[in-house]
Design a binder for this molecule. Structure first.
Ligand SMILES: Nc1ncnc2c1ncn2[C@@H]1O[C@H](COP(=O)(O)OP(=O)(O)OP(=O)(O)O)[C@@H](O)[C@H]1O
Ligand SMILES: [Mg+2]
Length: 455
C-alpha cells in the first residue's frame, strides 16, 4: 500500500541503509538516501520530506550537532537512529528537537510503528491548527451583531474577500462598523497572526505624512535622532488599514500609489528601497467617486484601492438590527455597571427602531451606555431615551416631505415586526395578512433599501 510519504534516510552504513530503504518502499514510503551530512543538507535545500530518519554518527560529523538546525526546519519530523544502549544520547536528541528515536539493531516492526505514530501526530497537529483557524474565523466576524438579511449578505461577501490577497475598500457612513470589518477581515485572512496596523489618514499632519507612513533615517530632519520604521514597514507580512483614506493629502496619494504598485518603500533620506509584503485595506465614509470628480482624490489611486468593495449600509437601512444591537450593548453595559437593567420595553424598542441614527451603531452604543451610566435599574422605557428619539419622525429621512402611502405601510409593518420581536407569524396576524405576503413585502423593502444605499 502506498502512503505517498517521503522519507529522507541519512545513514552511512550502506547495507543497513539499503535494507531499511527496501523495507520502507515495501511499506509504501518513498525513500531518498543520503550517506553523509553534507549530502543530506543539499537534499533538504532542494526537496521537501515528511520525515527524516537520522543516524547520529556520520563520516562528516555528529548528527547531534546539526539536530537543532534540522529540527528547526522539520519540527516533530525527525526520528534518530542511535547505537545500542545509548539511552542518554537518545534523551539528548529528543531535547534537541528529535520527535522519537530507534535503537540499533533496527527492528522493522518498531520502525514502522514509530514512523506511523509520528505521521499520526503530525496529522492531528495539522487538524488542530485548521480547527483553530476556523474558530479564529468565527471570532472575527462573530463580533458583528445583526439580524438583517442585507448584513448577512455583506458579511458573507466579506468572508469570501478576506481569503483573497486583494485590496479591499470598505465604505460606509460614520459608525457603521468599518474598522470592525477591517479587523474581522484581517483576522480571517492568511495574515491573521501577523500585525494589523491602522493609520488614520485624517489625523496625520501633511508635513509628517510621508515619514509616518514610510519611515525615516536618522538625521532626515531636525529631531530625527534615530531611524524610524514607519507604518508600512511595521505592517510587513501583515495588513495595513488606511482609515479615512479620503482625507489623505494629494501629494501623499501619489507616493502611496507608487508603494502599492511596486511593493517597496523608501524611507525619508534613506538610500535603499525596502521591499514590503502587505495586504492593504482602506476605509472611507466619503463618496470617493465624487472626490475623484472634484479632483480631491487621484483617480489612479482610487482604481488601485477599489479592487474589491464592501459597502456597509447605514443602520436606518437595516432597522431589524437596531434592537439586537441595543440588547447586545445592554449586555456589555450590565457587565460594567452593577445596577442591572432588565430589558427594553416594547414602546422603547419602537422608538429605537424608528429613529434614523445618523451616527449609526456608534450612536446607538453610546446611547445605551449613557442610560446605563445614569444608574437606571429595571426596564428601559421611553422616558429614559434621549429626547431626539421621542421627537424623531421618519420624515427626517425624507427631508420633511409627506410620506407616500407605500412608505406609511412599510413603516407600519416595521413597527409591528419590531414589536413582535421579528416573529413574522405573529406580526402577520396583527397586520391581517399572510406570513408569506409579509415576507414578500419585507423582501421588496430590503431590496429597495439596498438599492438606495448602493446608489
Ligand atoms: N454590527 C455590529 N455589531 C457590533 N458592534 C458593532 C457593529 N457595527 C459597529 N459596531 C461597534 O460600533 C462602534 C463603531 O464602529 P467602527 O469604529 O468600526 O465604525 P466606523 O465605520 O469605523 O466609524 P468611523 O467612520 O466614524 O470611523 C465600535 O464600537 C464597533 O465595535
Ligand atoms: Mg473608523
Amino acid at each position: 500500500m502506498k502512503t505517498g510519504k517521503r522519507i529522507l534516510l541519512i545513514e552511512d552504513d550502506e547495507p543497513l541503509r539499503e535494507s531499511i530503504r527496501c523495507f520502507l518502499e515495501q511499506n509504501g514510503f518513498l525513500t531518498v538516501e543520503s550517506g553523509c551530512l553534507a549530502d543530506a543538507r543539499r537534499r533538504l535545500e532542494r526537496d521537501v520530506f515528511d520525515l527524516l530518519l537520522l543516524d547520529l554518527t556520520l563520516p562528516d560529523g555528529d548528527g547531534m550537532d546539526v539536530l537543532e538546525w534540522f529540527a528547526a526546519q522539520y519540527p516533530h519530523r525527525i526520528v534518530v537512529l542511535t547505537g545500542t544502549g545509548s539511552i542518554d544520547t537518545a534523551v539528548l536528541a529528543m531535547k534537541k528537537g528529535a520527535h522519537d528515536f530507534l535503537q540499533k539493531p533496527i527492528n522493522p516492526e518498531m520502525l514502522l510503528i514509530t514512523l506511523q505514530r509520528a505521521l499520526a501526530f503530525l496529522q492531528t497537529r495539522d487538524e488542530f491548527r485548521d480547527l483553530k483557524r476556523e474558530i479564529g474565523d468565527a471570532a472575527g466576524f462573530d463580533k458583528f451583531i445583526f439580524r438583517s438579511r442585507v448584513m448577512a449578505e455583506v458579511i458573507g461577501t466579506a468572508r469570501q474577500y478576506a481569503a483573497t490577497p486583494h485590496t479591499i475598500l470598505i465604505c460606509g457612513e460614520t459608525g457603521t462598523g468599518k474598522e470592525l470589518m477591517a479587523q474581522a477581515i484581517h483576522h480571517c485572512s492568511s495574515r491573521g497572526s501577523q500585525p494589523l496596523i491602522s493609520v488614520n489618514c485624517a489625523s496625520i499632519p501633511e508635513n509628517l505624512a510621508e515619514s509616518e507612513l514610510f519611515g525615516f533615517k536618522k538625521g532626515a530632519f531636525t529631531g530625527a535622532y534615530a531611524d524610524s520604521p514607519g507604518k508600512f514597514l511595521l505592517a510587513d507580512r501583515g495588513t495595513i488599514l488606511l482609515d479615512e483614506i479620503g482625507e489623505l493629502p494629494l501629494n501623499i496619494q501619489a507616493k502611496l500609489l507608487r508603494v502599492l504598485e511596486e511593493s517597496v518603500i523608501t524611507p525619508l533620506k534613506g538610500r535603499k528601497p525596502l521591499p514590503v509584503n502587505i495586504r492593504v485595506l482602506a476605509a472611507t465614509n466619503k463618496d470617493l467617486e465624487e472626490e475623484v470628480q472634484q479632483k480631491r482624490f487621484r483617480a489612479d489611486l482610487y482604481y488601485r484601492i477599489d479592487e474589491l468593495k464592501i459597502l456597509i449600509p447605514p443602520l436606518r437601512a437595516r432597522r431589524e438590527d437596531i434592537v439586537p444591537l441595543a440588547e447586545h450593548f445592554l449586555g456589555i453595559a450590565n457587565l460594567v455597571n452593577p445596577r442591572r437593567i432588565t430589558g427594553i420595553s416594547g414602546s422603547a424598542r419602537r422608538l429605537l427602531t424608528r429613529y434614523d441614527w445618523p451616527g449609526n451603531v456608534r450612536e446607538l452604543k453610546n446611547t445605551i451606555f449613557k442610560i446605563s451610566a445614569a444608574g437606571l435599574t429595571g426596564e428601559i422605557g421611553p422616558e429614559h431615551l434621549p429626547l431626539k428619539l421621542l421627537h424623531s419622525r421618519r420624515g427626517h429621512a425624507r427631508g420633511g416631505r409627506q410620506p407616500s402611502l407605500a412608505e406609511v405601510s412599510r413603516d407600519h409593518m416595521q413597527d409591528v415586526l419590531s414589536q413582535c420581536g421579528y416573529k413574522y407569524a405573529q406580526a402577520a396576524k396583527i397586520l391581517g395578512i399572510s406570513r408569506t405576503s409579509l415576507y414578500r413585502k419585507m423582501s421588496e423593502l430590503e431590496a429597495k433599501n439596498k438599492k438606495k444605499t448602493v446608489s
